[in-house]
Design a protein around this ligand. Structure first.
Ligand SMILES: N[C@@H](CCC(=O)N[C@@H](CS)C(=O)NCC(=O)O)C(=O)O
Length: 206
């Protein structure tokens, strides 16, 4: 049994953690959690939120995709996916931006909730158009979150952008499409997709 376990469902944000694990290249085991067992006592003991993904590394559990990406980059520095000193500002800034403002703006919009102009200042993201414009400007000026080098921040920021875009929840800006093409060309990304697609087919045989 590996030191590292991924708890996931192939139709979930667990694909983000899977991609990150494939980038890290360490051996790991997978426990597929079906949606009808996600609120079981057994799984709630791993993540009391009853949400996937989670990872267990030795005796410790990490939940939240952004934290999982940052944690793995940190504890496996040999993969070179954490930030160098001069990359830390961008790395943390944009990873937290994607986990906070981007996630909230995209989710609220998908639920059909749009804040009134007076309420925007109470929200961490203001409005969804602003969130998109800031991301567009960032990715129009650089290839990766930290400049010209791929890091764990790209696994997370890229996923927060690619998954909503795939479902029409974010616009297909040129900068987003070019970034997506750079990320999806990665071998680790392709391996992750293949593993999860296979797991999904096994859960729902044709
Ligand atoms: N903030 C969490 C979100 C995790 C999440 O929402 N997972 C969904 C699947 S994408 C889930 O487990 N839903 C099952 C449920 O709530 O019953 C993260 O970033 O990991």
């Amino acid at each position: 049994m590996a030191d590292l376990i991924l708890y996931t469902n192939p139709q979930s944000r667990g694909r983000i953690a899977r991609w990150m694990l494939e980038e890290i290249g360490q051996p790991y085991d997978t426990e597929i959690i079906a949606y009808d067992e996600i609120k079981s006592d057994l799984y709630l003991a791993v993540n009391p939120m009853g949400k996937v993904p989670a990872i267990r590394h030795r005796e410790q559990v990490v939940t939240e995709c952004a934290a999982i990406c940052a944690y793995l980059a940190d504890v496996f520095p040999e993969a070179g996916l954490g930030p160098n000193d001069d990359e830390k500002a961008d790395y943390y800034r944009w990873m937290f931006y994607a986990a906070g403002p981007v996630e909230a703006a995209v989710s609220n919009q998908a639920m059909g909730w749009v804040p009134t102009a007076e309420r925007e200042r109470m929200l961490g993201y203001g409005n969804v158009d602003k969130v998109i414009a800031v991301l567009d400007e960032l990715l129009s000026n650089r290839d990766y979150v930290c400049g010209d080098r791929f890091t764990a921040a790209d696994v997370y920021v890229g996923s927060q952008l690619m998954f909503p875009m795939q479902f029409g929840m974010l616009p297909e800006k040129d900068s987003f499409l070019a970034y997506r093409d750079r990320l999806t060309a990665r071998e680790a990304y392709k391996r992750g997709v293949e593993i999860d697609d296979r797991a999904q087919a096994e859960l729902q045989p044709a």
